[in-house]
Design a protein around this ligand. Structure first.
Ligand code: NAG
Ligand code: NAG
Ligand code: NAG
Length: 830
């Protein structure tokens, strides 16, 4: 040790401190060192090494940061926990190849002690990858680096870095959060690869808080992590997981070297996240964040539980299991987990079988055993042969599955992956349990069939009632069908029934305010929950809309349209009774940060497809052709399973057989969703609905509202088309950066990026300025479902050169909320 310090001392005597020298390319052993006023820049200029202070304090740290990013972003720190006071720090390399950091008293605050090999003629170089390496001057082979900072990461995983194990040296690389934004000392959270040397376990990847597992990505199953759904090749980066005798690690690499991206562990948010530098916004944008929902947290549901984010409560016991303590379970305390309903009959192997469960994140692999070259049949046999074996699966999803992993004892940290697509997990069950469930299914089927017959039978008794009013809509139907009067097949509710159901329209039952009046929650005698839309009495306008809606919806049946259960017309009271949608409407989710997190991409995609199918039905498949005219986020209701249902047909119009467009002087709709030809000329068609759908899709993707602007003095003014989401989207798309549109929470990972980008492209086709260019809804559905190449979109609709005056029904100026939120916006085109 003494000799080591002596050598350092000698180096000091030779150091030349050159204040004027600002940037050196590399420092080599004997004649140069790095002082506080000098930085080292990588050859291509990507990264810079030097001293920095994260705060205004005197604390100086040696670190590496991006040279070209205006927001100082440090990706590696040498002396995170032992800052140097003041600017007298010095980085030196001695002739044995050790890098050493000295403070003002020439004390060593940090050194690369782990170096094994002795150096002959060492040098230090900062590579363009951000890797600080010590190597022999003449040897550039990465295999022979004497030391590299990539082996001792801080909070960031850069492209090319390995996260995980070098089994030859026992080195384990995990990335760890900073304590606070101004203290780079490694803190609680670390993300890395879990591996137990000399045990044949299935490697897992997780986020730890201290030594406790906080969240798992699950084992790698050949092309992706089991707990990171639909991880797919994407246009931004390649990624892989290496698992051989020498190394077990995860790494990624950017496809386009001018893109800047890193994975970082964040103490504040308790997450690990993928960040991308947005050139346009000049800030870091988060694309992946984990944990991203409650089910991502480790062991939420206890042993043998399954976390299902869309169910309520989110925890369920696996098939064949029941809560250990029903009472605790019912009070949402799932910590005790689940136990078997019927114990395994282990010794008599013929009595055990397996349940296949699909679409799960595989259980914690701590108590697992893995054999890469064993097939599924042998895997099953191996499992049956060991009484502690609880489950088995393949280890690799490629080529219909290969490899064998088995789990012992209780199964931990399982969740349902939305969209499925993982490996099947076979869970051991006593045969009696398997049989019993088969019977159950049969009984359920019989009950369902029986129930349906009763319902069909009851259907004959539905009250029929003629509606005498001949409205515009009514006339059209009559013309087309040649019949005299329109018949309405819809149950009528008594006012008294509705009164009781809604507790006399009590304030506590009010769900909200729709376009034409308040909406109340009600409960019928039989327990069915209903939503009652009460037509406001003051609004004479509303009656026609109500009748319109009744006639329309009564004839429409589709799983993506809200279902009208009946109506109530009694004196001045006019009401519509709908099925109740517990999850309210789409705007509640997509525009809200907190709620938005609950709606991951696969769900959003489902919603987009659902709305599209509902529209195809309206436009093409129902026996009428219906233009909705007011498609927007708040008119999309969500049922228990988050299936979208188009609602609010108050403004809808019916077209005759071959009519394709119509014109109105009363342009009604919601600003920001209306097609340009509709606003300017009052022309509406299926293509104006397509336009609104495109806007809606962009909102779902971006989490941002499309906007129209309102100025106090001038009524409606449109401050530049840049304020419209479709214009933003189009600009980003044309500039090759469409991903910057995507909401942080929409895509909790890059997995689905390609699909999202495809959806952006489709949206832009829908919002094209010329309605002729826009695809029909049926084509949109095809595009959503296929991988064919998409056409390039033309300029989107914009409204700059249209002079508008705005009036509401009473002729007074509307307030801004009615413009941005409600439907009753009447614009009169010149
Ligand atoms: C890489 O990205 C830059 C900037 O985003 C872009 O200008 C360039 O065309 C891209 N290169 C390739 C090969 O895609
Ligand atoms: C961690 O998250 C906080 C809060 O979102 C943010 O301000 C901070 O910049 C993040 N830190 C890093 C290293 O990304
Ligand atoms: C079952 O597996 C466990 C865990 O690997 C092992 O400890 C035990 O010896 C095995 N039992 C039998 C009977 O093979």
């Amino acid at each position: 040790m003494m000799a080591f310090l002596n050598t350092l001392l000698i180096i000091f005597l030779f150091l030349f401190r050159t204040g004027s020298l600002s940037v050196t390319d590399s420092i080599t052993s004997l004649n140069s060192a790095l002082s506080d006023d000098i930085t080292l820049v990588s050859k291509g200029g990507n990264f810079e090494l030097g001293f920095f202070s994260p705060s205004a304090s005197q604390n100086r740290y040696l670190g590496i940061w991006y040279k070209n990013i205006p927001v100082r972003t440090v990706v590696w720190v040498a002396n995170g926990c032992s800052p140097i006071n003041g600017s007298s720090g010095l980085l030196a390399i001695n002739d044995t190849g050790h890098l050493t950091l000295l403070d003002q008293h020439k004390n060593v605050v940090w050194t690369t002690m782990s170096l094994i090999k002795q150096a002959r003629k060492p040098m230090v170089e900062l590579l363009d990858s951000g890797n600080l390496v010590v190597r022999e001057v003449e040897d550039t082979n990465p295999e022979n680096y004497l030391w590299q900072s990539f082996d001792y990461p801080s909070d960031a995983l850069l492209p090319g870095m390995k996260l995980g194990w070098d089994l030859r040296t026992g080195l384990n690389r995990r990335i760890s959060s900073w304590k606070t934004w101004d203290d780079p000392c490694p803190a609680n959270f670390s993300w890395g690869v879990e591996f137990y040397k000399n045990h044949d376990v299935f490697p897992d990847t997780n986020l730890r808080k201290g030594s406790v597992i906080y969240s798992r990505s699950g084992p790698w199953i050949g092309v992706k992590y089991s707990g990171a759904p639909a991880l797919k090749p994407n246009p931004i980066y390649n990624f892989t997981f290496i698992n051989n005798d020498d190394e077990v690690y995860y790494t990624f690499d950017l496809k386009n070297k001018s893109v800047v991206s890193r994975i970082v562990v964040n103490e504040t948010t308790s997450t690990w996240e993928r960040k991308m530098w947005s050139e346009r916004e000049q800030r870091w944008v988060t694309y992946f964040t984990n944990p991203s929902d409650r089910c991502d947290f480790y062991d939420v549901c206890g042993v043998n539980g399954n976390c299902v984010i869309s169910s309520s409560p989110i925890c369920q016991c696996l098939k064949g299991f029941r809560p250990k303590s029903q009472q605790q379970w019912d009070s949402a305390d799932w910590s005790q987990g689940c136990v078997r309903k019927v114990p395994l009959s282990c010794m008599n192997k013929h009595k055990d079988g397996f349940f296949k469960l699909s679409g799960l994140k595989l259980p914690d692999t701590k108590r697992s055993w893995v054999k890469k070259d064993m097939n599924l049949k042998d895997c099953r046999a191996t499992c049956l042969n060991n009484c502690s074996c609880m489950a088995y699966s393949n280890t690799d999803i490629r080529e219909q599955g290969s490899g064998c992993a088995i789990w012992f004892d209780n199964l931990m940290d399982i969740r349902q992956i939305a969209g499925g697509g993982g490996l099947d997990l076979y869970i051991r069950m006593p045969e009696s349990e398997l049989g019993r469930d088969d019977r159950k299914v049969k009984i359920v089927v019989i009950v369902v069939i029986g129930g349906m017959s009763v319902m069909i039978f009851l259907g004959y008794y539905f009250y029929r009632r003629d509606v005498k009013d001949k409205t515009y809509i009514n006339k059209r139907i009559t013309d087309r069908n040649g019949s005299q009067e329109e018949e309405l097949e819809l149950p009528l509710f008594d006012l008294s029934t509705i009164n009781v159901a809604t507790d006399y329209f009590s304030a506590s039952n009010k769900l909200g305010e729709g376009g034409f009046g308040p909406v109340y929650l009600g409960k019928l005698d039989d327990g069915q929950e209903i939503a009652v839309k009460r037509l406001s009495m003051s609004s004479g306008q509303g009656l026609n809309e109500l009748k319109n809606e009744v006639k329309l919806i009564a004839q429409l049946q589709h799983r993506n349209l809200v279902k009208l259960l009946g109506c109530c017309v009694q004196g001045d009271d006019n009401m519509l009774v709908y099925e109740y949608m517990p999850n309210t409407s789409l705007d509640f989710f997509i525009f809200d940060k907190k709620q938005g997190k609950l709606l991951e991409w696969s769900k959003r995609f489902q919603i987009i497809c659902g709305i599209a199918k509902g529209l195809v039905y309206l436009h093409e498949d129902s026996r009428l052709r219906i233009i909705h005219r007011d498609l927007k986020a708040s008119n999309i209701l969500l049922d228990k399973e988050m299936n979208p249902k188009i609602s609010d047909f108050g403004l809808a119009r019916i077209f005759g057989g071959d009519q394709i467009e119509d014109r109105t002087n009363r342009v009604i709709g919601t600003f920001g969703y209306m097609a340009p030809e509709y606003i300017s000329d009052g022309v509406f068609s299926t293509k104006s609905d397509v336009f609104s759908f495109g806007v809606l899709m962009l909102e779902i993707i971006s989490g941002k509202k499309t906007r129209g602007f309102h100025d106090e003095n001038q009524g409606l003014t449109l401050i530049g088309h840049n304020n419209f989401i479709y214009f933003q989207a189009w600009t980003l798309f044309k500039e090759g950066r469409p991903f910057e549109l995507i909401d942080n929470y929409v895509i909790s990972s890059y997995e689905n990026l390609q699909k999202v980008l495809r959806c952006i492209n489709i949206s832009l086709l829908c919002v094209q300025q010329s309605h002729v260019d826009r695809p029909a809804m049926s084509s949109v559905v095809l595009m959503l479902g296929s991988h064919n190449e998409l056409p390039q979109p033309n300029l989107p609709g914009y409204l700059m050169d249209i002079d508008l005056t705005i009036k509401d029904h009473s002729g007074t100026k509307p307030d801004s909320s009615s413009i941005n939120g409600m439907s009753i916006t009447v614009l009169e085109a010149r």
